[in-house]
Design a binder for this molecule. Structure first.
Ligand code: ADP
Ligand code: MG
Length: 242
């Protein structure tokens, strides 16, 4: 088994808030792992810990077998934040080049491939300021992949995106996974959860449950993931009684 992301008893506390409260996560190469949970459940904090932007209160993180934080591993990780981090006055291609160069990995052929992958061939010379929300979202995804990372951490990449573009983005994610990229994608939308290979249902910094969508539904005898999540959350509140 090729473990790409591994955390053990990971905690991040902000004063009395246990944003991440004992997460054990294992994600394999080429897998799409979904972090699913309501606002405030700790998804962003977990992703920021994985990339080393936050230091854990306790516990450990390994990416590609190396301890995090670790500057060497950063070149292998792409991160798409919840808020746009694009340079408004640069073109799509210039933005992608900038992110690639930051990791010392500018490669014209790969840039063309990334632009193709997100279907921005026609807009690669457009100034970001002039783009619609959907095109910006695709540009952000291209920037996160600009340096050819082996791990992609995408924090609610489809928020504010219409259903059609959402489906397109998910087809890109699947294409990347098929090429061996490992993706961790957070979402609070249950229909996206169905598209992940495996899920962690997060609530109050913990995984209420982990597994494939089918496993989680059958574990609770639920017809939908939403129902399974509500049943799990109710179990969590009364001390985890099943
Ligand atoms: N820098 C911070 N300082 C204090 N509290 C924080 C900080 N970042 C996140 N939190 C708190 O941690 C909890 C989890 O937040 P977050 O990871 O952003 O959740 P999510 O991404 O699932 O919405 C929330 O209660 C949030 O208010
Ligand atoms: Mg968040």
């Amino acid at each position: 088994m090729d473990l790409v992301v591994e955390t053990k008893e990971l905690h991040k506390h902000f004063g009395s808030i246990r944003a991440v409260d004992g997460i054990n996560l294992s994600v394999q190469s080429g897998e799409i792992f979904g972090l699913i949970g309501p606002n405030g459940s700790g998804k962003t904090t977990l992703i920021r810990l994985l990339i080393g932007l936050l230091l854990p209160t306790s516990g450990s993180i390994k990416l590609l077998g190396e301890d995090v934080p670790n500057k060497g591993i950063l070149a292998e990780v792409g991160y798409m934040t919840q808020t746009s981090a694009l340079y408004e006055e640069l073109t799509v291609r210039e933005n992608i080049a900038f992110f690639a160069e930051m990791c010392g990995r500018k490669d014209a052929a790969w840039m063309d491939e990334v632009i193709d992958l997100v279907d921005l061939q026609d807009r690669s010379h457009s100034i970001v300021r002039t783009l619609s929300g959907g095109l910006r979202q695709r540009t952000s995804l291209a920037c996160a992949m600009a340096h050819r990372p082996r791990i992609l951490l995408l924090d609610e990449p489809t928020v504010g995106v219409d259903p059609q573009l959402r489906a397109i983005l998910w087809s890109y994610f699947r294409k990347l996974a098929e090429r061996g990229v490992t993706l961790i994608i957070s979402s609070h939308v249950m229909d996206e959860a169905e598209r992940c290979d495996r899920l962690g249902f997060m609530r109050q910094g913990r995984f209420l449950a982990e597994g494939t969508a089918a496993e989680l539904r059958s574990q609770k005898g639920a017809g939908t993931l939403e129902e399974a999540f509500l049943l799990l959350a109710a179990g969590g509140m009364d001390g985890g009684a099943q």
